[in-house]
Design a protein. Sequence first.
Length: 316
Amino acid sequence: MRNRVVVGVIGLLLSGCINLPPFPGQGPLQEAQVDGTGKAKVLLVEISGMISSQEKEGLFRQTPSMIANVKEQLTKAAKDDQVKAVVLRINTPGGTVTASDIIYHELKTFKANRKIPIIASIMDLGTSGGYYVAAAADRVLAHPSSVTGSIGVIMLTVNAKGLLEKIGVEATAVTSGPRKDMGSPFRTMTMEERAIFQGLIDSFYQRFLGIVQEGRSNLQMEQIKRLADGRIYTGEQAKEAGLVDEIGYLEDAVEVAKKQAGLTEARVVTYQRPGEYSNNVYSKLVAPGGLASLADFDLGTVVRGGTPQFMYLWMP
């Protein structure tokens, strides 16, 4: 009986016969104050979890992709003259090349239009695509225990040929040219195909180096190349290498943002959906810390259908 009632209610909701408030996480962004006083505002923007253009779907709601969410926040902030600075709260191992680049582009465009400071605060992780995004900021802070760096590109693909042979399954592709199915999970990659993929990776890597050089005017390209061999750094090591500006906590990043904006006082605000709750600057961190941040990493999604994916990602 109970199951039939539940099914009936769901049917009425879907048909529009019953109108209820949005489920938590749905609806337009709303401003929430988490700290400070005054008219001026410092906006906290969260870059947490895998950097991707993919939306997450649930039973009753669909969560916007990170790109869509960041874009929506920046658009809202651009219309508010009281927003005098932005702090990026970064906690990510990175993500896809394109998604990382789009968020970087949106931040640079916002900064150019509004001409207000952007400060990056690296939490547990700010590696690869996370560091790429941080490069859009005017200053970058890292915690003493942060992990950052991993500057480089990785291509993820799978090779299921051996498995298919074991179970007696053969995949056949009919193509218009010999390279049309390059990277296929159903056959071994040839040396020529590997060289083609390496050319793409080298191109993305050079772009990454250029982004770092633009954000790190204190470093010469030869220095950046030595640092950008894929290795990771602690916050202290990154500061010594010149990859971050300061060691500090999130509150320190807020103070730097206020100083850069010429403010003595400001309200720290976030944008959130109806039903979400924030009461301090550390509220609503989506991804857990350290290597646990990779728990949200869905390899099957990233390597969807066996298609190779180019990633700015630290994936030990």
